[in-house]
Design a protein around this ligand. Structure first.
Ligand SMILES: [Zn+2]
Length: 617
C-alpha cells in the first residue's frame, strides 16, 4: 500500500483564511471615531473584558487547551477532532467522507493525519461517539499509522469498529475498550464523561471533557427524541448537570441547522411505516441505511404485525443486523427472516425485502434490484419500493435514477418526497437552541456541516445570547485555543496540515491534486495524443505525426481537422525541433502541447488533454 501522503484539496475556488479574532477584522477607525463610536468601543471593551484578547497580547502556551479539527467543519463527513493540553492528546472520531463530482475515481476521503503521526506518542486514547461511517470509517486507515492507540466507545459502536478492522485484517492491533454511558474515563489531563443522545443509530453518546482549563461538551451527531424507537431518550439530566457545573465550550452538530422547528420522532415515523405496510398489497422492497438500526427495528415490527417474512440483502445490511442482534440492540421475531430462495413459498403480500442502497449507490442492493441484475430479486408489477432516507447532498441524481429504473420495471415507489418515510438523525433549530440553553456555554463552536450550515448554527448561538466574539465558526486548518484565563482565539499552526487524503482502490494518498485535475480534464474533453518520430541528431520528423483521440472527437468524421493538426505539428517541429536539443525533448513537447492545445480550442472550443509523445530514432 502506498503511503505517500500527497494531499488533495477540495478545489473550492478559494478557502478564505479567517482573521484571528472577530474584532481584528473590523477596520481600524481611530481617527474618525465619533463620540458615540468611542462610547460603543468602551462599552464593548467593558463587557468583553474576559473574552478574547487581541492577537498581539496573546501568547501560545503549553498550558492552553487546543481544539484541533482534522475534518468535519467544512464538509459533511470526515469527522475527526483532536484535543491537546500540555503533552496530552485525545482524538474524537475518525470518519471518512464521500467524494463529490469534482473527484472522479476517488472512493473515499479521509483526514490528513501527518501531524498526528509525528505526535503519536502523545495520544492517550481515541474516543468514538457512534458507529456511522463518517465517524468510524477512517479507523482502519488511520489507527495503524498512529501506532494503534487504545479506542474507547460504547458496545454497538465497538461491534461495528471490530467488524471494520476485521475486514481490513487489523483485528487485535488496537484495544477496543467497551464502556457504558455512565463510565468516567481518565486520559492524561482529560476526564471524559458520556451522555446518551438520540441519533439514527443506537449508542450515540456526547462527551463532557473536563480539562485543566474548563469543561468542553462535545455534542456529536444528535437530535432530541422523546419517543425514540429503542425507548431510550436523551439524558437531559446529565446535560443540565454539566450546564450547572459550567461549560467552557460547546461543540455541536450543525447538519440540520438550516431547518426550523423540531425533527420528527422515530416513533412517529414508526406509525407511518405501520400505516404504509397496512395498505400495501404486494411485495415491499424497503431500502435504508444499514446503520439505521432503529429504522430496521421498525421494519421488523411492522412486518411481524402484518404477517410478512423478511429477506435481508446487501452485505453491510446483513453484517450490521448480525452485530446488532448479537449485542441485543435489535429484537426480532423468531423465523421472520427467510432466505430469498424460500420466497416462492409465500404469497407476495407476505414478503419484505430489506436492502441497502438508499443513496443510489451503484453496487448496493437497491440499485442492483432496480437494474434487474440482482441474483434472486426481480421487480414485477405490484411491488412497492420504499426508500427510507433522504439523499445526502450530491447523491440526488443517483437516487432519482434508481427510482426511475424501479418504476420502469413496474414498481410503485415511495420516498421522502411522496411521504414522510424518513426522519433525520440531526437536530433542527429548536433542538439546537435547547442544547445551548441547557449547557449555557461561554464559548460555542458549531461543527459537522458545510460552511453555510455552521454559520447558520453560529447565528442561532447569537440569538441565544452568546456574544459574537465567543462564537467560533472555524475553517479546516484553524485551531481554537483557550488559555488558563479562559480567553479564546482561533489560530493557525503551519505544522498541522488540514488537507484531504484520497483513497482510490488500494492506494491511500497516492492520488493527489495533479492526478485529480488530469482526470477532470480527461472526463470533460477527452485526450489527444500526438506521436512524433524524430531523427535524434537532425531534430527532424521522420514520419507523418500519428494522432490518437479518445473522448475528444471521433477521428473518422474529422479527417480535415486531423490533417490540419498533423500539418501544424510538422510546422512546429520544423521550426523548433533544432532549437534546443535535449535528451528528453521537454522543450519541444511543451511547445507542441501548448500550441496544438490552443489550435484545437480555436477550432472546436474544447480543451482535451494534449499528450505529445516523442520517439527518437
Ligand atoms: Zn451520525
Amino acid at each position: 500500500m502506498i503511503r505517500k501522503n500527497q494531499h488533495g484539496s477540495r478545489f473550492s475556488p478559494h478557502r478564505p483564511s479567517k482573521p484571528g479574532l472577530p474584532q481584528d477584522s473590523k477596520p481600524a477607525n481611530k481617527q474618525n471615531a465619533s463620540g458615540s463610536d468611542r462610547l460603543e468601543q468602551l462599552i464593548q471593551k467593558a463587557t468583553n473584558l474576559t473574552s478574547s484578547l487581541p492577537t498581539s497580547r496573546y501568547t501560545a502556551s503549553r498550558q492552553n487547551l487546543r481544539i484541533i479539527p482534522m475534518g468535519g467543519i467544512e464538509e459533511v463527513g470526515e469527522n475527526m477532532t483532536v484535543l491537546e493540553y500540555g503533552d496530552d492528546l485525545i482524538v474524537i472520531d475518525m470518519g471518512l467522507a464521500f467524494p463529490d463530482d469534482t473527484m472522479p475515481g476517488v472512493d473515499y476521503i479521509i483526514p490528513d493525519t501527518k501531524w498526528l503521526e509525528q505526535n503519536k506518542r502523545r495520544i492517550r486514547g481515541v474516543i468514538i461517539t457512534h458507529g456511522h461511517l463518517d465517524h468510524i470509517g477512517a479507523v482502519p486507515y488511520i489507527l495503524p499509522k498512529l501506532g494503534d492507540p487504545p479506542v474507547y466507545t460504547m458496545a454497538l459502536t465497538a461491534g461495528f469498529i471490530k467488524k471494520r478492522l476485521e475486514e481490513f485484517g487489523l483485528v487485535g492491533r488496537s484495544r477496543i475498550n467497551v464502556l457504558t454511558k455512565d463510565d468516567t474515563l481518565a486520559l492524561g489531563s482529560f476526564k471524559i464523561r458520556f451522555f446518551r443522545l438520540n441519533h439514527s443509530i443506537p449508542d450515540s453518546v456526547g462527551l463532557s471533557i473536563t480539562t485543566p482549563v474548563g469543561q468542553v461538551v462535545y455534542a456529536t451527531d444528535w437530535k432530541f427524541d422523546h419517543t425514540p424507537a429503542d425507548g431510550k431518550p436523551t439524558e437531559f439530566d446529565k446535560i443540565a448537570k454539566f450546564g450547572a457545573e459550567g461549560v467552557l465550550l460547546l461543540m455541536s452538530d450543525s447538519t440540520n441547522s438550516v431547518k426550523p422547528g423540531y425533527c420528527i420522532s422515530e416513533r412517529e415515523l414508526g406509525i407511518t411505516i405501520d400505516r404504509t405496510f397496512s395498505e400495501i398489497k404486494g411485495r415491499i422492497i424497503f431500502a435504508n441505511f444499514a446503520t439505521s438500526i432503529s429504522r430496521i427495528q421498525q421494519v421488523f415490527n411492522a412486518a411481524a404485525k402484518y404477517n410478512r417474512k423478511i429477506i435481508v440483502t446487501g452485505r453491510s445490511m446483513v453484517n450490521n443486523i448480525e452485530i446488532a442482534l448479537s449485542l441485543g440492540y435489535l429484537k426480532i421475531q423468531p423465523k421472520i427472516v427467510i432466505k430469498s430462495e424460500q420466497a416462492k413459498k409465500y404469497p407476495d403480500n407476505q414478503i419484505v425485502v430489506l436492502t441497502t442502497g438508499s443513496q443510489g449507490e451503484d453496487a448496493a442492493g437497491l440499485a442492483r434490484i432496480a437494474r434487474g441484475d440482482h441474483k434472486t430479486i426481480k421487480i414485477k408489477k405490484g411491488d412497492t419500493a420504499i426508500v427510507s432516507a433522504s439523499p445526502i447532498p450530491g447523491n440526488e441524481r443517483a437516487v432519482a435514477a434508481v427510482l426511475s429504473n424501479l418504476t420502469r420495471l413496474g414498481a410503485h415507489v415511495i420516498y421522502n418526497k411522496t411521504l414522510d418515510i424518513h426522519t433525520s438523525g440531526h437536530a433542527h433549530q429548536e433542538e439546537l437552541k435547547l442544547m445551548i440553553a441547557l449547557t449555557k456555554p461561554k464559548f460555542f463552536m458549531p461543527i459537522h456541516g458545510e460552511h453555510h450550515m455552521i454559520v447558520t448554527h453560529a447565528e442561532l448561538g447569537k440569538t441565544m445570547g452568546i456574544p459574537e466574539q465567543n462564537i467560533f465558526s472555524l475553517d479546516n486548518g484553524q485551531i481554537l485555543e483557550i488559555n488558563s484565563a479562559r480567553e479564546a482565539k482561533s489560530v493557525e499552526d503551519p505544522k498541522i496540515s488540514s488537507g484531504y487524503v484520497f483513497i482510490d482502490g488500494l492506494g491511500v494518498g497516492d492520488v493527489g491534486e495533479v492526478v485529480i485535475r488530469d482526470r477532470q480534464v480527461m472526463a470533460q474533453d477527452g485526450m489527444f495524443v500526438i506521436i512524433v518520430t524524430l531523427d535524434r541528431r537532425a531534430g527532424k520528423l521522420i514520419n507523418q505525426p500519428d494522432i490518437i483521440s479518445r473522448g475528444f472527437i471521433y477521428m473518422k468524421g474529422n479527417d480535415d481537422l486531423i490533417r490540419e493538426v498533423k500539418h501544424e505539428v510538422r510546422k512546429l517541429v520544423e521550426s523548433k525541433g533544432k532549437e534546443k536539443l535535449e535528451p528528453n525533448w521537454a522543450f519541444l513537447r511543451n511547445i507542441i502541447r501548448d500550441e496544438i492545445g490552443e489550435y484545437l480550442y480555436q477550432k472546436t472550443e474544447r480543451r482535451p488533454m494534449v499528450l505529445p509523445v516523442i520517439i527518437e530514432v
